[in-house]
Design a protein around this ligand. Structure first.
Ligand code: ADP
Ligand code: MG
Length: 460
């Protein structure tokens, strides 16, 4: 039986008090399995889902190692995105409350360089950042890592998905060989195994299957008349303006109709259903995952096996008869420690399905009418990125770094204007910010990637 009390750990009484004041009464599963090893100084490979309390699992460990009187970077945390880095920074600041003179600096893309350099000059004990920006600071000599004790790779699988492998290695090479490395990942694909072999030494592996907490999902049910379904769906988008949504439908035909209807109303939606061939399906998923399409309209079957990291909203265009299917659908939102949103439409005839959900979850459903939705006159839901497809892929030895290099080098794009890169056998996809698409396409039309001309086109 594992002891779940923080006081069973070799940490200061001040820290246990602090944790208590944060309302952390006992350790989460990942914390109780990882922290004893982390505090012993071991390297760790931890596999755990979002929302399982990973930040404290490494945060308490790295804070324990920090010497506030030494003004150098002693802990470095790599995160895939600015938002995640922000979250981690906030959480660590809370965990560090009992030692007020510990300084934490965030180094993320999309923020001006100057103030970051300034903060580093004032001395930072802990740095949290995204790979691209950290690499920039290292190359410019603003950041020194030779006194580093703890290196954390948070959501390592996502960083690899985003094509950061080489950048991560370049950063890691500048840290002392004798360091503690803590790697966290929700999944454990071959790419992670490979990375682990080269950067961890004699690691302990811990795996925790976190159960999804339905409590973090706001569930709202809209009572509609049969003819109000489409218009209320639009109303949901106007009112909530979710950044990423899956709309669930029953049939392929419904998927096609609903996505067409949304596109006619300036919401860039793509349908995913069993009739798509592999290439079409890949394209849809690539565009959804790289933020160049914010709405997916799917059947349950097509959504199976969809590995979507964090979804802001799930909409049930029609409620399923089986409450288990409902629970499964809405479990795709509210993952990244964020609050999820599950919106459902139901007619009088379908009220019995709402009752079934109430019994199944042992809750009273929050019901509303479409009239409560704030409507907008000219609404336009445009995703932040556009996908460019290139006619060269893995078979042409194309790697994410080649594309990133060409676009940030010769083409002159900023790293922050380039999103996810996906490489398939015969083609590649790169997400580019709207404002930089012209520049990227112009370059690709004449310049070269990996010494060869490629054909590139925008997918819309
Ligand atoms: P993850 O990185 O695994 O997605 P986080 O570290 O962001 O998860 O933690 C999720 C939430 O749980 C945060 O709001 C955090 O403050 C809270 N939390 C973490 N550990 C505990 C604990 N032992 N007791 C209560 N809440 C906790
Ligand atoms: Mg996290």
């Amino acid at each position: 039986m594992t002891n779940l009390s923080f006081s069973s750990l070799p940490i200061s009484a001040a820290q246990t008090e602090n944790l208590d004041s944060l309302g952390y009464k006992q350790m989460t599963a990942i914390q109780s399995q990882a922290l004893p090893h982390v505090l012993e100084g071991r390297d760790i490979i931890a596999q755990a889902k979002t929302g399982s309390g990973k930040t404290a699992a490494f945060g308490i460990g790295l804070l324990n190692q920090i010497n506030p009187r030494f003004f150098g970077v002693q802990a470095l945390i790599l995160c895939p995105t600015r938002e995640l880095a922000d979250q981690v920074g906030k959480e660590i600041r809370k965990l560090a409350r009992m030692t007020p003179n510990i300084k934490l600096v965030l180094l993320c893309g999309g923020k001006p360089f100057g103030p970051q350099v300034g903060s580093l000059e004032h001395g930072a004990h802990i740095v949290v950042g995204t790979p691209g920006r950290l690499q920039d600071h290292l190359r410019k000599g603003n950041l020194k890592l030779d006194g580093l004790k703890t290196l954390v790779l948070d959501e390592a699988d996502r960083m690899l998905d985003m094509g950061f492998y080489d950048v991560m290695l370049e950063i890691i090479q500048q840290t002392p060989a004798k360091r503690q490395t803590l790697l966290f990942s929700a999944t454990y694909p071959d790419s992670i195994k490979k990375m682990c072999r080269s950067i961890l030494s004699d690691p302990v592996t811990v795996t925790v299957e976190a159960e999804h907490q339905l409590g973090v999902i706001d569930q709202v049910f809209y009572a509609i008349k049969k003819h109000e379904r489409d218009d209320t769906l639009l109303g949901l988008f106007e009112h909530y303006q979710p950044e990423s949504t899956v709309v669930f439908c029953h049939t392929k035909k419904q998927c096609a109709e609903v996505s067409l209807f949304l596109r006619e109303h300036h919401i860039l939606a793509l349908a995913i259903h069993g009739d798509l061939d592999q290439r079409e399906r890949d394209q849809v998923l690539v565009r959804f995952a790289n933020n160049s399409c914010s709405v997916l309209v799917a059947t349950d079957v097509a959504a199976r096996g969809l590995d979507i990291k964090s979804l802001q909203a799930v909409i049930n265009y029609e409620l399923p008869r089986d409450p288990d299917v409902y629970t499964h659908r809405i479990g795709r939102t509210g993952r990244a420690g964020e609050k999820g949103l599950a919106l459902s439409l139901f007619t009088d005839n379908e009220r019995i399905r709402v009752n079934g959900i109430e019994q199944h979850q042992n809750i009273l459903c929050h019901c509303e009418y479409p009239a409560s939705l704030r409507r907008l006159d000219d609404f336009d839901l445009q995703p932040p990125m556009i996908t460019i497809q290139l006619d060269a892929g893995r078979k042409n030895k194309m790697r994410p770094g080649d594309l990133l290099g060409a676009l940030t080098g010769d083409a002159g794009l900023k790293g922050s204007q380039i999103g996810k890169i996906d490489i398939f056998d015969m083609s590649s996809y790169v997400a580019i910010e709207h404002g930089a698409v012209r520049k990227a396409l112009d370059y690709l039309a004449r310049g070269k990637v990996k010494g060869r001309s490629v054909r590139a086109r925008k997918i819309t």
